[in-house]
Design a protein. Structure first.
Length: 707
């Protein structure tokens, strides 16, 4: 170990000082709640730990750190921190059992995070991996316990609303709330199981005894489950879904044929009910039951992975229905079917940024294949991807990028599937890339002493801007820097005239800008300009001018930095920004090139933009994305009046809205929207179109209310 590396004794002393000075700890020497010494094993309820404390009480608390076993020191610190973290988990659980949900979460706030950070730091000083896993358990326990507290709080509040709806005779509203209770109960059960696993793992690896806390969480979960069972019995009638499949060996050429019947628990046939066939996430087929409750599906697998798969048939009742949902699963094995691409029309030749059009049809067993991806490539470079329509046809259009060299090439069209029900395939067509002439110019040179501020542009011969290309700048043939053109084809650089050029007997120097055209279908081009050199007798004046210019440049950079930070703030709220010229790494931007920052959007302008994109995503069939955008719009709008940590989870944000006295009808919309968001973001099953539409409606109402 290097002599400059801090010893474990030093680290121990630092941690001891931090622990004694930690927020919330009593000051040593006071009469109450004095901070225990590190040598104490604090439990928290364990008789064994109390015995250890007694046995160790005779140890000197003033030993020379260099004479104490280093591993023992770190172990003492870890035990102390683990005890404190376990104690805070216990305090949070007590608050939870008392119905003080916000306090239960607050106990696991900044102070808990601070101790956990110290625990992680100490764990990093040891050779064992066990304490690293314990640190992860403490982190997961915090997250699960806060989520658990939020879910239980929502369940209690929703249950009270349910009771009120029943008392008022509002049966439809009561059933809607009962279904929400069912979803919350499932969430509580799942999170509670994870939390008690965290408790068990922590108890097994530390002296923190969390058996009591485990019992408390189990009791709360059991109480919630019992209440929900009573609600279900009062509100709903169970259903039975029977299914029959023609074969469990399926392929696109040998489709899955499912038939079945939906009845109530007493055998009543249920007509006109929605039945879902779920082949995989995102692939759901819907049908309705007949007058006698029967239904049937024919499904051809397209993107299912080869081999074993599980297919689910589900009855998904409306929120206002008196019936409970039911489902049936079937295990199947998927086999592959070959596909074919028939190209119908392709562009024969194109130059830079000109449109390439490709159309055709994808078939399998003489049938058009719906909704499979088709990728278009030129010389191995992917230029676009589209999906086939209902009859298997496709039409793709994309601009030819600059990075494809000129000459004879192939357009390759591919179905890029791998180990799925449909096999990959491709087809090619001849194609020629034409070269395009370019024009490079130097539009302006500002000179201050030895400094040159150069701006220019690269365009095609027809005047079309050429972005993201490298331009080299030379002075008297010596390359000084390179710079990248921005989205408008413009470049800007700041260079210093070399001493060798200054000391020449010339009064001017040749400034050249060069674009090589290498690796592209764009021809090379160059531009030049003569720049005057400072006279030698004005050397001192030149030095003064340089210094003044550099100071001005630094000031300009500072102002530009501030403007950039302001723009960064805007960029987090808007995905559409104007590109600005790129600076070379060797250059500095003068102050006079600073641009005024764009005005910040109005409070709800960003939310409305998100809503527009949510509707677009829904129109494109991206239901999960639509729900997530809708939730983001509502949250952005509500954040203007709700004081909440931006890093709060979706349910913590909902709780903050409750405490902010948001109107009940808006809270109900937010609750439904939050549930939809949670399903879209985290659930294995896909989001229905109806659920996505409802989420957008709720978000729109919330945004309009806040406007």
């Amino acid at each position: 170990m290097s002599n400059n590396t801090p010893s474990h004794s030093t680290l121990f002393s630092v941690f001891l000082a931090l622990l004694l000075l930690a927020p919330g700890q009593a000051v040593a020497g006071t009469n109450t709640h004095s901070t225990p010494s590190i040598s104490e094993d604090i439990d928290w309820s364990s008789p064994q730990a109390q015995e250890t404390t007694t046995n160790n009480s005779s140890q000197s608390q003033h030993e020379n750190p260099d004479e104490v076993d280093k591993k023992g020191e770190l172990s003492d610190v870890q035990r102390w921190l683990a005890g404190r973290l376990g104690s805070q988990l216990g305090s949070s659980t007590v608050k939870l059992s008392q119905g003080e949900y916000q306090q239960a979460k607050s106990v696991l706030g900044d102070d808990y995070n601070s101790k956990l950070t110290r625990y992680v730091d100490v764990a990093g000083e040891t050779d064992s991996k066990k304490d690293d896993q314990t640190a992860k358990q403490f982190q997961q326990a915090k997250e699960n316990q806060r989520q658990y507290a939020s879910s239980v709080q929502q369940f209690r509040q929703t249950y009270n609303k349910y009771q009120t709806a029943r008392q008022n005779g509002n049966d439809e509203r009561a059933r809607e709330l009962a279904r929400r209770l069912d979803r919350l109960q499932s969430q509580i059960n799942h999170t509670g199981n994870n939390l008690t696993k965290n408790y068990k793992n922590i108890s097994n690896t530390t002296q923190a005894d969390l058996q009591k806390e485990t019992g408390t969480v189990n009791n709360i979960t059991q109480n919630v489950t019992q209440q929900q069972a009573e609600v279900q019995e009062q509100e709903f009638t169970e259903t039975e879904l029977t299914t029959d499949v023609n074969t469990t060996e399926i392929a696109y050429r040998d489709p899955l044929d499912v038939s079945g019947q939906l009845t109530s628990d007493n055998g009543t046939e249920l007509a006109n009910r929605t039945i879902l066939l779920k082949l995989r996430p995102g692939r759901v087929i819907k049908t309705k039951t007949s007058e006698v409750g029967t239904f049937s599906f024919v499904a051809r697998p397209r993107k299912l992975p080869l081999g074993p798969n599980t297919v689910t048939v589900q009855y998904a009742p409306k929120n206002s229905s008196v019936y409970l949902g039911s489902n049936s699963t079937t295990n199947v094995s998927v086999h592959q079917t070959e596909t074919t691409i028939e190209l119908q029309n392709t562009t024969k030749t194109a130059a830079y940024n000109e449109t390439i059009n490709v159309s055709g049809r994808v078939t399998a067993v003489d049938r058009g294949v719906t909704n499979v991806p088709v990728t278009v490539l030129v010389d191995g470079v992917q230029i676009t991807t589209v999906n086939t329509t209902e009859n298997g046809s496709f039409a793709a259009s994309a601009a030819l990028p600059a990075k494809i060299n000129p000459g004879s090439k192939d357009i390759r069209v591919a179905v890029p599937l791998s180990d799925q029900a449909l096999a990959s395939t491709n087809a090619t067509a001849p194609f020629t890339v034409q070269p395009t002439g370019t024009t490079l110019n130097i539009t302006n040179v500002n000179q201050t002493g030895q400094q040159l501020m150069i701006t220019g542009a690269l365009t095609t011969a027809s005047g079309e801007p050429v972005p993201n290309k490298v331009v080299a700048l030379q002075l008297n043939g010596q390359q000084l820097t390179t710079v990248m053109t921005n989205a408008h084809g413009q470049y800007r650089a700041n260079i210093t005239i070399p001493e060798a050029v200054l000391n020449s007997d010339k009064s001017t120097a040749k400034l050249s800008a060069l674009y090589s055209g290498r690796g592209a279908n764009l021809n090379k081009s160059q531009a030049s300009s003569q720049v005057p050199l400072p006279a030698s007798e004005k050397e001192s004046d030149s030095l003064f001018s340089q210094t003044t210019y550099l100071l001005a440049s630094l000031l300009g950079l500072g102002l530009l930095g501030i403007a950039a930070l302001m723009r960064t703030g805007l960029l987090t709220r808007s995905s559409e920004t104007d590109s600005t010229p790129s600076d070379t790494t060797a250059s500095k931007s003068p102050a006079n090139t600073e641009q005024d920052p764009e005005p910040e959007p109005k409070p709800d302008q960003f939310a409305e933009t998100l809503l527009d994109r949510a509707n677009s995503a829904l129109s494109d069939g991206n239901r999960e994305q639509a729900v997530e955008l809708a939730y983001a719009a509502a949250r952005d709008s509500l954040t203007t009046t709700v004081d909440v940590d931006p890093k709060a989870t979706h349910w913590e944000f909902y709780t903050a809205c409750q405490e902010a006295n948001i109107a009940d009808e808006n809270l109900e919309r937010l609750a439904d929207l939050t549930e939809a968001y949670e399903h879209a973001a985290f659930a294995a099953t896909s989001t229905s179109s109806m659920a996505a539409e409802t989420a957008i409606e709720h978000a729109t109402s919330l945004v309009e209310t806040r406007s």
